[in-house]
Design a protein around this ligand. Sequence first.
Ligand code: ADP
Length: 366
Amino acid sequence: GRTLGVFTSGGDSQGMNATVRAIVRMGLYLGCKVYLIHEGYQGMIDGEKNFQLGSWASVSGIVGLGGTIIGSARCPEFRERSGRLKAARNLAKAGINNLVCIGGDGTLTGADLFKKEWNSLLDELLEKNEITKDEYEKNKYLNIVGIVGSIDNDFCGTDMTIGTSSALHRIIEAIDAIVTTAFSHQRCFVMEVMGRHCGYLALAAGLASEADWIFIPEHPPEPDWENILCKRLQYHRLAGHRLNIVIVAEGAIDNQGNPITSEYVKKVISSRLKIDTRITILGHVQRGGATSAYDRVLGARLGSEAVLALMMSHNESPPFVIGINGNQPCYIPLVEAVERTKAVAKAMAAFEFKKAIELRGASFER
Ligand code: ADP
């Protein structure tokens, strides 16, 4: 059987462990050797001590744990060829030439580059006698597949990224808790949620929590939003509501592109309406804690599919991302998906919101 390595990299998200578990077990089931590579690309560069041979039991009891038990890292060294050379040496020494990369677009960009360079890296290592002719021959081809772990749901080509559902549950739990205390004191709460340039978490949380108002980056409010917002909140109060919930995505902007901060929203509401207004910034609790059932199942499905994809890979295979489309696992060309995801960020920055949303929603030839 083949030798696989799995690692998690970039920002962590719930469901990464469920994914790792599925990869290890599907790999073992198919007769592969599976290495858990600890600490992402940094672990690859630092070498052997970070390579743990996975067993059936080594991934037991983790399916619901948030974070990633094999650690994640941001690794500037991997951006340099010299760093990638070290990583290639360590992988070749361990005989790992099939990789499942779990991370965001940065991680996948790095993986693509690594695959493109692989042959020249091995050539250099052989020349310098860092690897033997035998190690060179056995690891001549590098196969990679990617899986997107991110709470932001900001990746093109997949309906859901792993972690989004859990983060959403966490947000809703927090809002439900806030609602009870807001009710008692007739307060307004401005809740700030994550998502970077993507408003998905704020939008879905708004729908799921009966929020009065949401601010998302894809839809800057009208120039006179302050008036409209205050009227809306006031109207709700007149209708008998004892509280207000306003959700602000961390990337929210006004129609000039300036950030709309929760601090500013609070100031507008409290100064104009004289309502007792508080801010709750959820921060990293959104990235932690228990994994939702959906993310556990998603991790299991995409993780096992990734191993199957590697089993079918050969030297000519382009790198794939395993995503979910219409509730079916799908293979998306990695380079295109990463490029389109970057194009979305660019369109957002250029105020081309319609284009950004179209790009995000469009599907790929598979
Ligand atoms: P994410 O994967 O969540 O987007 P980052 O952007 O921090 O997170 O990327 C994670 C890691 O991937 C980086 O620390 C770096 O080691 C590697 N990486 C990111 N971009 C590149 C790149 N262009 N070339 C090589 N490696 C990269």
